[in-house]
Ligand binder design. Structure first.
Ligand code: ZN
Length: 101
C-alpha cells in the first residue's frame, strides 16, 4: 500500500508530497515550484528531486518561508526498536515503557 501525503509550508502552499517506498522509508518528492492551491490557475506539479533523510530549510517559492523535512517519527522509532537487542517493536509492553518516559 502506498501512502501519500501532501507537504506544505506554514502558509499552506504545497512544497511537495511525502510517499512511503517499498522498504517503508518516507521520501519527500519536492516540487520545483510550490503550489498555491488558492490560485485560480495553480502551476502543475513538477517533481525536482526525491529526498530521503533530513533536509534543512526548503524554501517555499511562493512566500519564501522555509521548512525542514525529516522522515516521520514512526520510522525513527522502528529504527530504534530494531537497534535494541531483544526488544519487540510494536508490543504493548514496549508502548507502555515509552509512555512512561
Ligand atoms: Zn509558502
Amino acid at each position: 500500500m502506498t501512502e501519500i501525503r501532501i507537504w506544505q509550508c506554514e502558509n499552506g502552499h504545497v512544497l511537495g508530497m511525502v510517499a512511503r517506498n517499498g522498504s517503508g522509508v518516507n521520501q519527500l518528492w519536492i516540487y520545483r515550484q510550490a503550489i498555491d492551491l488558492t490560485d485560480e490557475e495553480p502551476v502543475a506539479p513538477d517533481v525536482m528531486a526525491i529526498l530521503e533523510g533530513y533536509v534543512f530549510d526548503i524554501r517555499c517559492s511562493v512566500c519564501g518561508t522555509t521548512r525542514t523535512w525529516f522522515p516521520d517519527e514512526a520510522a525513527l522509532e522502528r529504527l530504534l526498536a530494531r537497534a535494541r537487542p531483544g526488544s519487540k517493536a510494536g508490543s504493548g509492553e514496549e508502548t507502555a515503557r515509552v509512555g512512561r518516559l
